[in-house]
Design a protein around this ligand. Structure first.
Ligand SMILES: NC(=O)C1=CN([C@@H]2O[C@H](COP(=O)(O)OP(=O)(O)OC[C@H]3O[C@@H](n4cnc5c(N)ncnc54)[C@H](OP(=O)(O)O)[C@@H]3O)[C@@H](O)[C@H]2O)C=CC1
Ligand SMILES: CC(C)(CO)C(=O)C(=O)O
Length: 334
């Protein structure tokens, strides 16, 4: 099968290599000229959980041709609109686009291409671009794909089968339940990212856990307000926080500790931390945490608001990452 992957970063890169190794024809569409040139020259190198160097076809966005059949979108949220513009008039009538992103990008894709041409995905494997042409793969996680209307279609079953070339991947009839649950975990990750310590060290601090539990509770409450059927993310249960169930909350933190303890790629911090502290670039916070808070109605979300404010100030250069941000964030946590 032909797969076109828009964004050859951490997610697009590891998925692209796996599909190529399984015998599919893979074209990477990559906007970053240095990353694209390095892939074209030396192949795409993956290190960490798996090690490989793979020669893959890589093109610039301007060179994308019409008639695209199966498109996997793996750009960060701020670049979704550019990717939509790129693909307009180029997605085949019977083709489809799969968002391999966090957040609720499926809505924008459905508006641009019709919901019948959009498939959602939820994933908790990950990594980051280490240098042009080089991706560090942190290891496996959960992987689900689902039609936006919840139908179990032959095409989504086939897609999941192809994606199993990377790791276990199942079809779900509740993709929005997974995407919202991941956004709740994402809100927790944004909270950790501003504190400038390894995630496991942060999870060992009772004040930090109280703050992050408050973020999870607010996120889960807004999901419920929007009639979302939440699911567990690698053993982390957003519902436990909305239910204020101490045993399930404790089990959720144990699951997060196990998840971060199991990262074999030497990655102890989130991609968000890396964006803020290393690259000094904008994160996806306004699209991820914002996707929750924009749907809160009259329900207060003081902790999520503080996290979003803290991230925005770091992005603007008026605040730096550091443990002292915990005091600012805990002002409103309960
Ligand atoms: N990395 C992770 O661990 C996880 C990521 N996700 C989600 O996956 C999605 C992808 O993230 P990730 O793989 O980390 O992102 P990366 O930044 O690693 O890769 C995205 C790549 O796409 C390029 N790009 C930007 N705009 C375009 C465009 N219009 N056309 C083609 N290429 C473009 C970027 O270039 P440039 O850098 O120059 O902008 C970059 O090289 C995000 O929504 C993220 O939230 C989900 C779970 C885990
Ligand atoms: C915070 C989030 C959701 C965004 O990429 C993430 O998955 C990560 O950084 O590990």
């Amino acid at each position: 099968m032909n797969y076109t992957i828009i964004g050859a970063g951490a997610i697009g890169g590891v998925v692209g290599v796996a599909l190529h190794e399984a015998g599919h024809s893979v074209t990477l569409v990559e906007a970053n000229p240095d990353h694209r040139a390095a892939i074209a020259r030396d192949g795409l190198q993956i290190s960490g959980f798996r090690e490989s160097t793979t020669r893959l076809k890589v093109i610039a966005p301007d060179d994308l041709l019409p008639g695209q059949e199966r498109v996997l979108l793996a750009v960060k949220a701020p670049h979704t609109n550019a990717a939509i513009d790129l693909l307009k008039g180029k997605l085949a009538e019977d083709g489809f686009i799969v968002s391999l992103q966090n957040g609720l990008n499926e809505y924008a894709l459905a508006e641009a291409f019709g919901a019948h041409r959009v498939i959602g995905a939820y994933l908790t494997f990950g990594g980051f671009i280490e240098a042009p042409g080089k991706i560090r793969y942190a290891g496996e996680g959960s992987f689900r794909v689902g039609e936006v209307d919840g139908t179990i279609s032959p095409r989504v079953e086939e897609l999941a089968a192809h994606l199993r070339s990377l790791q276990a991947c199942e079809v779900t009839d509740n993709i929005f339940g997974y995407l919202w649950a991941k956004m709740v975990v994402g809100a927790v990750y944004y909270g950790t990212a501003v504190l400038d310590r390894d995630v496991l060290d942060i999870y060992a601090d009772p004040d930090a856990i109280r703050l992050l539990s408050s973020a999870a509770r607010e996120g889960a409450e807004i999901a419920r307000l929007n009639d979302v059927r939440l699911v567990d993310v690698d053993g982390f249960s957003p519902d436990a926080f909305a239910d204020d169930d101490p045993a399930r909350i404790a089990a959720s933190w144990d699951a997060q500790r196990a998840y971060w303890g199991g990262h074999t790629g030497g990655v102890g911090r989130t991609g968000v931390w890396r964006d803020l502290a290393v690259h000094h670039r904008k994160t996806e916070c306004s699209e991820h945490v914002g996707a929750i808070t924009r749907r809160r109605g009259n329900h207060p979300t003081p902790t999520l608001d503080r996290i979003a404010q803290c991230v925005a100030e770091i992005e603007a250069g008026t605040r730096t990452v550091g443990w002292e941000n915990l005091a600012f964030l805990t002002k409103t946590a309960n």
